[in-house]
Design a binder for this molecule. Sequence first.
Ligand SMILES: NC(=O)c1ccc[n+]([C@@H]2O[C@H](COP(=O)([O-])OP(=O)(O)OC[C@H]3O[C@@H](n4cnc5c(N)ncnc54)[C@H](O)[C@@H]3O)[C@@H](O)[C@H]2O)c1
Length: 268
Amino acid sequence: MSQDCSGKVALVTGAATGIGRSCAVALAAAGAKLIVTDIDVSGVQETAKMITEAGGQARSLAQDVSQEDVWQELIESIRQHEGQLHVLVNNAGIAIGVPVTQMSLEDWQRQNAINLDGVFLGCKHSIPLMATSGPSSIINISSIAGLIGASGLAGYSASKGGVRLFSKAIANECADNGQAIRCNSVHPGIIDTDIWSREISGIAKDNPDMMTPGGNRVNIDMVAAAGMPNGKPGQPEDIANGIVYLASDASSYVNGTELVIDYAMTAR
Ligand SMILES: NC(=O)c1ccc[n+]([C@@H]2O[C@H](COP(=O)([O-])OP(=O)(O)OC[C@H]3O[C@@H](n4cnc5c(N)ncnc54)[C@H](O)[C@@H]3O)[C@@H](O)[C@H]2O)c1
């Protein structure tokens, strides 16, 4: 079966850049009608523009995924404009790299609010609309840090491990309720995006092999050289290809499982 997504309405969060933007562009190229959201309003507008200029359909909206009232407004907007929702990619996330003994409770809670509460709220508010839309697919972006523990990323690992089991429970709950809604998690390895120059940079100061000499930021090529079997980071498109598969009917019997895209990093 092909990975055609024609006729599907897809929502991607955190779509202003990186993996989210790449997923949105790939889903639109596969024929889906896109709603793209992010706290970065100009970035997500640019993503929608890229899609429409390429001949696809997209509209962008501002969204902080940690806010329940914003989720309610967003789903109501989709109900009114598109009338249905078949694909939800819960992608927005942050990575705070800091040893657990130095992590503030505020940072722990902020990270969980985006990475875990955001996924919970997305599922909670999308499922009722999906249930009336026909066969649907929820794709929650976890991480290899949701499969194995990562030093300096304990809080991040906790949030992403939560996403993994939450996704399995949702898959079962929807099936038990007779809803044709699948739910899977995706676990990227080291992917070349801006996340590596944001909060995650905190892990660099205790790991000199992650930093360019004299620099103060994570150098993704050095991280990949140290940790990846092939020594290279993946690209956002490598994740987007997996997401199009999970969104399409080609994966219609794939439910409650994990798609690891890490070039064997966790297979060692
Ligand atoms: N890049 C990697 O190596 C990697 C590996 C494993 C998992 N991931 C996961 O993939 C997802 C995408 O990450 P990325 O690498 O593209 O990162 P990125 O930093 O390039 O993009 C993340 C996007 O999320 C948005 N965002 C942050 N907080 C938000 C909020 N409260 N509400 C809405 N949007 C918000 C940002 O504005 C940004 O556009 C994340 O969930 C991340 O944890 C990334």
